[in-house]
Design a protein around this ligand. Structure first.
Ligand code: UDP
Ligand code: MG
Length: 320
């Protein structure tokens, strides 16, 4: 294990060759200005470009740089998790590689940490250069999650945060597969504080979160922290049964006491389709949960490292 490191910076990277030089430069500048031993722990999440080679180049010249090299793309949340497994610092900072999270905020986080807060998360006041669609869906997602869950997960907060070593150790004990890391950090508790910032545009390259990954991520967030969607079936069942009963009484009344009858065909088809749609949605929700139970039972490791031999000696004991 690497001794005497005070700060570990975890940087998940996936095809980031366009920004990685600048990220390294800015992070190094900030960390050197703090003047205590630090490490930059890059987690290469199966990049297909030259990202890994570039980082190896940094590591050759700079002892502060280490690389965890995944055997394929396991996903952003898993990359962060791997970083936490191997981080040696007393405080650990998680930051995106695209400089949307400004490294210059790290000293402020450290200040709060030194005041005794064990989690310092960065709250986005504004998001620059992102599509209206992304902003709207993100905002809707955080608010839905808040309604659905009892865990107090701060709004508009990403994974950019500082955590104390104690929090990191608690996180290492959580090995669930479909991870929503920022929720888990709230779940483990500890004293938490926020620093606010304006989220910048991505420096270069494209987002590595296409719609499909975003949806999956949202689903993981909701299913990991709430069972309420499962109860939807019960509530909907009651509401629909009640409505159908009222409708039945009205139709019967019309048939018995007036000259007209309720017209049939169109309403039958419409209600049939509606109900089938509802049933399929509910089956889908069930499926999401069942699939996740299946993932857990398979007991596969969360990630596989290509350079396991090189990094094994620095792994803390409590990680299985
Ligand atoms: N990332 C990753 N694996 C993935 C997708 C993204 O490690 O499968 C990293 C990416 O390199 C970046 C961070 O996660 O450092 C956030 O991704 P991105 O900036 O593309 O997401 P956005 O800011 O658009 O939500
Ligand atoms: Mg980004």
């Amino acid at each position: 294990m690497k001794g005497n490191v005070r700060y570990s910076i975890i940087i998940p990277v996936f095809n980031e060759e366009a920004v990685i030089h600048e990220t390294y430069r800015r992070l190094t500048q900030v960390m050197q200005s703090i003047g205590e031993p630090y490490e930059l722990l890059f987690v290469n999440d199966g990049s297909e470009d030259r990202t890994a080679e570039i980082i190896k180049g940094f590591a050759e010249k700079d002892d502060c740089v280490s690389l965890l090299d995944f055997s394929r793309n396991f996903g952003h949340q898993i990359a962060i998790t791997a970083g936490m497994d191997y981080a040696c610092g007393d405080a650990i900072v998680i930051i995106d590689a695209d400089l949307q999270d400004p490294p210059e905020l790290i000293p402020l986080m450290i200040e709060k940490w030194q005041k005794g807060y064990e989690v310092v998360y960065a709250k986005r006041l504004k998001r620059k250069g992102e599509t209206l669609f992304k902003k709207l869906t993100a905002s809707l997602f955080y608010r839905t999650l808040r309604v659905l869950t009892e865990v107090n997960i701060p709004l508009d907060t990403g994974d950019f945060r500082l955590i104390d070593r104690k929090v990191c150790e608690a996180m290492r004990g959580i090995r669930e597969k479909n991870r929503y890391v920022r929720g888990l950090v709230s779940w483990v508790g500890f004293r938490q504080a926020a620093v606010e910032y304006v989220r910048e545009e991505r420096l270069a390259g494209e987002t590595k979160y296409p719609l499909k990954k975003m949806l999956r991520f949202a689903m993981d967030g909701i299913t990991s922290f709430s069972n309420k969607p499962l109860k939807l079936a019960t509530y909907l069942g009651f509401v629909i049964s009640f409505a159908s009963f009222v409708y039945l009484v009205i139709s019967l009344g019309q048939r018995l006491f007036t000259a007209s009858t309720v017209a049939g065909w169109a309403s039958v088809i419409a209600s049939l389709l509606l109900l089938n749609g509802v049933i399929l949605i509910i089956l889908g929700i069930l499926g999401e949960y069942v699939g996740r139970i299946y993932d857990e039972t398979k007991n596969r490791p969360l990630y596989i490292l290509r350079n396991k031999q090189e990094v094994e000696n620095r792994k803390p004991e409590e990680v299985s």
